[in-house]
Write a protein that binds this ligand. Structure first.
Ligand code: SF4
Ligand code: FES
Length: 369
């Protein structure tokens, strides 16, 4: 099989973040600040990524604005010829810093939205006053003229706010909104009972997205990640393992997806020891689930195997305990019925408290309301 070059790289610059969202996709074992790659190493990695064929660089975290060297990092990425997208909660960005990022050549901003009201956003983010600051940042983004995507993460607690989130994207002048129903990896797995949408909510969200797409055609692009536990077919996770994208963790480990460290069978190489192209083409972790040779039945003989590549390896690991199993979201998986029943049970538990993300050594976050 000829391995294509990756198109996109997600650089998780840090796991530090002022927010504590209970669905954070960072691993439960967060990387400490003293293990983070330094500026010089990131600059080398951006250069290696561009040479490997990467076109788009997504600067993420944690909160990437927590890195003091964010502006020089953006500058270096642009110098390497990469298209740069900053994925941020907005907290930590001042008007001056945004102007510096603009001068450094930042191409695009993706702003997260925890809720459409201060009460909801501050409770979900675990950060008092976060919504107000985010709205201020959104205004500066508009004034400077950055192309903007609003990223609304939705779950049982805030799915009723979806219509307002779509309105807010238009008010902010965003070109795109990503309506992302929470995916259960990382910290979200600790919050299945609080965040799992009901089947009715999942259906309603799909209806609202379809209607809004028709009504806003040519004005706002709506990307949609549905509530897959309630679906019959899985998502094509990462566009297929090791096919289009790679993630670099704050400490330099190179991962085929953000949750790959949850698969204990895999060992990951680091940019501290090896060049990025060697890791992409030759590492055991990237080759583990490339293509279709690793598949078991029912995927192996399924006519959709090149459509979804068997779904998500990390979800198969988390639910079935076997990363090479068919994603149990799939109707052909022997675990599909049990998964749907579990989803309904999680969705009906109304008493569970939110479990917030915490850095090691940091005290637990108290809910803001
Ligand atoms: Fe996809 Fe596998 Fe299900 Fe077929 S059996 S639809 S390849 S997950
Ligand atoms: Fe790892 Fe889907 S998140 S393969």
């Amino acid at each position: 099989m000829k391995i294509p070059a990756p198109i996109a790289m997600l650089a998780e610059l840090t796991h530090r973040c002022p927010l504590s969202c209970p669905y954070c996709s960072n691993p439960v074992e967060l990387a400490r600040q003293d293990s983070e790659l330094d500026t010089e190493t990131w600059v080398r990695v951006f250069d290696e990524a561009a040479k490997l064929g990467v076109l788009q660089l997504h600067l993420s975290g944690g909160e990437p604005a927590s890195r003091r060297d964010l502006v020089p990092l953006v500058q270096a990425a642009r110098d390497a010829g990469l298209y740069t997208n900053l994925i941020t909660s907005g907290i930590g960005l001042t008007e001056r810093r945004l102007k510096e990022l603009d001068e450094a050549g930042l191409d695009h901003i993706q702003l997260s939205l925890q809720g459409t009201t201060p009460e909801m956003a501050d409770e979900i983010g675990g950060y008092n006053g976060g919504y107000k600051r985010k709205m201020q940042v959104a205004e500066w983004i508009g004034q400077i003229g950055f192309p903007l995507t609003l990223n609304a993460v939705l779950h049982r607690r805030n799915l009723h706010q979806l219509p307002r989130a779509i309105e807010m994207a238009q008010e902010m002048g965003a070109r795109r909104i990503e309506v992302a129903t929470v995916q259960f990896h990382g910290w979200a797995l600790k919050n299945l009972d609080t965040l799992m949408p009901t089947r009715e909510q999942a259906r309603e969200a799909t209806r609202i997205v379809a209607e809004s797409r028709a009504a806003l055609k040519g004005k706002l692009v709506i990307d949609y990640v549905p509530a897959d536990y309630h679906d019959d077919y899985p998502k094509r996770c990462m566009g297929g393992w090791g096919s289009t994208g790679l993630n670099v963790a704050p400490d330099g480990q190179v991962l085929p997806c953000h949750a790959a460290q949850s698969i204990p069978q895999l060992e990951f190489e680091t940019v501290r020891d090896k060049p990025l192209d060697d890791i992409w083409y030759n590492s055991a972790a990237f080759n583990a689930y490339r293509g279709t040779d690793w598949m078991q039945e029912p995927c192996k003989s399924c006519d959709r195997k090149l459509v979804d590549f068997g779904g998500c390896r990390c979800q198969a690991m988390a639910i079935v305990g076997d990363p090479a199993a068919t994603d149990p979201v799939c109707i052909k998986s022997p675990h599909h019925g049990a998964l749907q029943a579990q989803a309904d049970t999680h969705a009906s538990n109304t008493d569970a408290p939110l479990v917030y993300r915490t850095m090691p050594g940091k005290k637990e976050v108290e809910p803001t309301s």
